[in-house]
Design a protein around this ligand. Sequence first.
Ligand code: GLN
Length: 243
Amino acid sequence: MLRVCALYPDLLSIYADRGNLLLIERRCAWRGIGVELRSVGLGQRLDPDEHDLLYLGGGQDRDQALCARDIAEVKRDALHAAAERGVVILAVCGGYQLLGHSYRLGGESLPGAGLLDVTTVREEGPRLIGNVAIEVELPQADGPRVLAGFENHGGRTVLGPDEEPLGRVLRGHGNDGRSGHEGARRGNVIGTYMHGPLLPKNAWLADWLVQRALGLDEPLAPLDDALEDAAHACARRAAGVPA
Ligand code: GLN
């Protein structure tokens, strides 16, 4: 049984980010793995021991501000306890920004969970928008792999000295349009700017997340991925990095 919990799904789920959860649920069901899907919203307590995978999608600045306050006041300790326990935490775009130290926009600095050593600043200049492809190397994965998706963010994210990017930008802007880095990863905590939604375009990553969340040594049993492979190839072509 995989216990999945979406944080603030009513506030953080733009660009069909909810599709990431549907994909996890469906791929588990096809393999006979049960999924319990729960959600935790503003003001609600998060139990760090009750979940195997936590999920935060993308959001508008205004909604992020509400979540930032709630993380600082209600959920910060539980998020740290969960990460220490090895719980998989996947955060996309606005959710990614909220896992860092802070998100500064205008005169305001929104606090983050501090789970990733990253800071985000809303600078002057255009939003970073477009198709994106990155190369990633993950433990327990089969060599370097490609993730492809779509990004749209005003915030520029910079990694602290202790942080590893999730991947190297092949095409697109990534964290800040300059560093060549995309996302951040610390153990099982992953932040990325990739929408799409991310997982239907990169089903292999969904399987990796489930494997890690269940603490399995071996990869999950393969599925017939003809459609998923076609979706991945299409996203790569859109980004200009065909397979
Ligand atoms: N509001 C954030 C930004 O513009 C995140 C946007 C998003 O989640 N797509 O940087």
